[in-house]
Design a protein around this ligand. Structure first.
Ligand SMILES: NC(=O)c1ccc[n+]([C@@H]2O[C@H](COP(=O)([O-])OP(=O)(O)OC[C@H]3O[C@@H](n4cnc5c(N)ncnc54)[C@H](O)[C@@H]3O)[C@@H](O)[C@H]2O)c1
Length: 283
C-alpha cells in the first residue's frame, strides 16, 4: 500500500485530501502543527519550518502532498507569512529529495497572479487567465507561492522529482455552498478572484491524479471548477467589473471559468465533477 504524507491535513482542504487518499486505499499520515477536528488517519504534530521534524515525518513515504501554509495575506505580519510558507515548502521538498521521494504536490494559489490582495484593484492582462499569465503580487503570501513554485523547479532540476504546483482557486468545502446565495447575483463580490472556485473533493482527486501521473516534471497548474461561482454570464461579469480588459483569448461562453483549468484537465485526465449550480437551490 503506497504511503502518502499530507501536510496541513488538519486544515480545511487537507481534511478532504486525507479522506480521499484513505478512501483510495493509501496509507496516509497527516503532518500538521495541530490536531484535526476529525480523526481520519494518523496525525503527527510537526512544525514544518523545522527541517529535522520534516525528515522524521516523511521517512518511509512514497509521496507528499504539501498543503500546510498560512493560507491568506495579512492575517499575520508579512514576514511571518513569508517565512512560514517558504521555509515549510523548502523543508518538505528538501527532505523529500533527501529521502528519495519521487512525487510531490504543493499548494500554490491564484493569489500568485496578484489581483486578490492588491492595494489598488487591477484586472487581468487577459482572460481566461492561464498559467502563462504574469504573476504580480504585492503581498508576501502571493510571493511565497511564487518562491515555492521556484523551489519546486529547483528540486526537480537537482533530483528529477516530479512536483505539481496547484494554483488553486477559492477552495469550497461542501458546507460552504450554503453561502453562495449571498453573492451569486453581485459581480462586485469575489471579482478579485475572478469569481473562481474549486470544490475540495475535486481538488483532492486532482492531488491523487498528480501523484499517480508520470513524467510531468515540475509544473504549475490552475485548479478550478469549469464554471464561475456566479449566476451571471462570464462575459457580463468582465464587462461590468473589468471593462478595460479587452484581450479575450477566446470568446467566453456562458458561465465558463475565467481561470483556465484546461492544462490540469489535459495533463491529469482530470474532470471537476462538483458544480455549485447542482448544490444551491433557487438560483
Ligand atoms: N482556502 C483557499 O481558498 C485557498 C486558495 C488557494 C490556495 N490555497 C492553499 O491551499 C492550502 C490549504 O489551504 P486551507 O484553506 O485548507 O488552509 P487551512 O488554514 O485551513 O489549513 C492549513 C493547515 O496548515 C497547517 N500549518 C500551517 N503552517 C504550518 C507549519 N509551519 N507546520 C505544520 N502545519 C502548518 C495549519 O495548522 C492548518 O491546519 C494552503 O497552502 C493555501 O495557501 C487555499
Amino acid at each position: 500500500m503506497p504511503k502518502v504524507v499530507v501536510t496541513g491535513g488538519s486544515g480545511m482542504l487537507g481534511k478532504w485530501v486525507v479522506k480521499h487518499f484513505v478512501e483510495q486505499g493509501y496509507e496516509v499520515v497527516n503532518a500538521d502543527v495541530k490536531q484535526p477536528a476529525e480523526h481520519l488517519c494518523r496525525t503527527v504534530i510537526v512544525d514544518l519550518t523545522n527541517l529535522g521534524e520534516v525528515y522524521g515525518v516523511l521517512a518511509g513515504a512514497d509521496a507528499v502532498v504539501h498543503l500546510a501554509a498560512i493560507p491568506v495575506a495579512y492575517s499575520h505580519s508579512n514576514e511571518v507569512t513569508f517565512q512560514n510558507n517558504v521555509m515549510s515548502t523548502y523543508n518538505v521538498l528538501e527532505a523529500a529529495a533527501g529521502l528519495g521521494i519521487r512525487k510531490a504536490v504543493i499548494a500554490s494559489s491564484e493569489s500568485s497572479y496578484g489581483l486578490v490582495f492588491a492595494r489598488e484593484r487591477f484586472g487581468p492582462v487577459y482572460v481566461p487567465i492561464d498559467e502563462d499569465h504574469p504573476q504580480l503580487p504585492e503581498d508576501s503570501y502571493g510571493l511565497s507561492k511564487i518562491v515555492n513554485e521556484q523551489t519546486a523547479d529547483m528540486i526537480h532540476r537537482r533530483t528529477g522529482m516530479q512536483v505539481v504546483s496547484f494554483r488553486l482557486g477559492n477552495v469550497i468545502a461542501p458546507e460552504a455552498y450554503e453561502r453562495f446565495p449571498q453573492f451569486i447575483h453581485d459581480p462586485a463580490q469575489r471579482d478579485r478572484i475572478l469569481w473562481s472556485y474549486i470544490d475540495t473533493r475535486d481538488a483532492a482527486e486532482a492531488c491523487r491524479l498528480a501523484i499517480e501521473a508520470e513524467g510531468l516534471g515540475s509544473i504549475a497548474l490552475n485548479l478550478t471548477a469549469d464554471d464561475t461561482s456566479m449566476a451571471i454570464p462570464s462575459r457580463e461579469l468582465m464587462a461590468e467589473r473589468f471593462p478595460e480588459v479587452n484581450d479575450f483569448r477566446r470568446p467566453l461562453e456562458g458561465y465558463e471559468t475565467l481561470l483556465s483549468n484546461e492544462k490540469a484537465k489535459r495533463l491529469l485526465n482530470w474532470q471537476p465533477e462538483h458544480v455549485w449550480r447542482d448544490q444551491v437551490k433557487s438560483v
